[in-house]
Design a protein around this ligand. Structure first.
Ligand code: ADP
Ligand code: TRP
Length: 333
């Protein structure tokens, strides 16, 4: 039995990395799972948001993106993390069994906290514990994410193991990370050594799902490449991170192997390749953006989706929290 859970933070324009690294895989996995839960992790967004005025709008936009990408409400629930209070309850319980040493190893905290670690908030430090609670609250078995979440998922597995050992019962299944496809880490279009991200200050670094055809063409035309022609094999792109990234994106969008993309363009420079990549994106990404705009124009419908999702999520959460209280030895009503 598969129970899938995953999430995206509502911190800005949802982008091609979120889509190819995560959401596209959810769409194909939802059909074989018994239950799927797709969360908009707004409590996690608080850890890095200086200002929160666009939090609601971003939350609607992520819900619209899930629907536009093909999440099927007959198979899955879409809900906001802040509508299920049990995420933070379970997170507190986990924070009482998680050694500080485990959290000190987390590389995302080191990256996001920057030089002045003492000024970083407690929430940023505890972020991976809340993420473990997101997953284990629903006894999720499979977690489809991009490659950057590997370490957080390892921690979630460790926390599940620690809880099971300490309180018996094998209450939590050990969740499996699902890091699928050839675009598990989509890189910035301006710098092949950093990942495409909502928080990059340069808009030209990322393709957003709501970009129109002109914006998309401009960003791809401006994407950094090198002067060498494309080789016959993907492995010959070693040391050319920007070229590797574009070939990977092409391969994933066209459902081809990266080697097959190289063979198709072998000997050519980047201009014709980029033109075809733009055509491919106009055919695959622009329709998603168009649907997002339609959904976003109907907030009443999106509210209904979030309300129904929260109802289902709370139902599961309440029942599992009773199991947790019982296992720990608290009074379970
Ligand atoms: P961001 O880092 O852009 O703020 P999130 O942290 O909300 O995005 O990530 C949501 C999901 O998208 C996660 O599963 C994450 O692994 C995936 N993801 C984010 N950026 C990328 C990327 N550049 N390549 C592949 N997957 C990504
Ligand atoms: N930490 C994830 C990210 O930055 C988002 C996230 C929060 C998540 N809770 C989750 C992903 C639970 C999968 C499952 O991308």
């Amino acid at each position: 039995m598969q129970r899938i859970l995953s999430g995206v933070r509502p911190t800005g324009g949802i982008h091609l990395g979120n889509y190819l690294g995560a959401i596209r895989n959810w769409v194909s996995m939802q059909h074989q799972a018994q239950e799927s839960l797709f969360c908009i992790v707004d409590m996690h967004a608080l850890t890095t948001l200086g200002e929160t005025e666009s939090l609601a709008e971003n939350t609607y936009a992520i819900a619209a993106a899930y629907l536009a990408a093909g999440i099927d409400l007959n198979k899955a629930s879409i809900f906001a993390q802040s509508h299920v209070a049990a995420h933070t309850e379970l997170s507190w319980i986990f924070s009482c069994i998680t050694p500080l040493g485990w959290l000190n190893r987390m590389t995302q905290f080191k990256e996001k906290a920057g030089k002045h670690k003492d000024l970083a908030c407690l929430g940023l430090y505890a972020y991976p514990v809340l993420m473990a609670a997101d997953i284990l609250l629903y006894k999720a078995t499979h977690v489809p994410v991009g490659d950057d979440q590997k370490q957080h998922l390892e921690l979630a597995r460790d926390i599940a193991g620690a809880f099971n050992r300490r309180f018996g019962d094998d209450l939590f299944p050990i969740p499996e990370p699902m890091i699928l496809g050839s675009a598990t880490r989509v890189m910035s279009l301006r710098d092949g050594s950093s990942k495409m991200s909502k928080s990059d200050i340069s808009e030209y670094s990322r393709i957003e799902l709501m970009d129109n055809a002109d914006a998309l063409a401009l960003k791809i035309r401006k994407a950094r490449t090198d002067m060498e022609p494309l080789p016959e094999k993907f492995s010959d792109l070693e040391g050319r991170p920007e070229a590797q990234n574009l070939v990977n994106i092409y391969a994933t969008l066209a459902n081809m192997a990266p080697d097959a993309v190289c063979q198709q363009f072998v000997g050519s420079n980047f201009a014709p390749f980029k033109q075809q990549l733009v055509d491919l994106m106009v055919a695959t990404i622009v329709p998603i953006g168009d649907k997002m705009r339609q959904y976003l124009a109907d907030k009443v419908m999106l509210q209904k989706v979030l309300t129904a999702g929260a109802r289902r999520a709370n139902e599961l959460a309440q029942s599992h929290m009773q199991d947790v209280r019982r296992a720990i030895g608290m009074v379970a009503l």
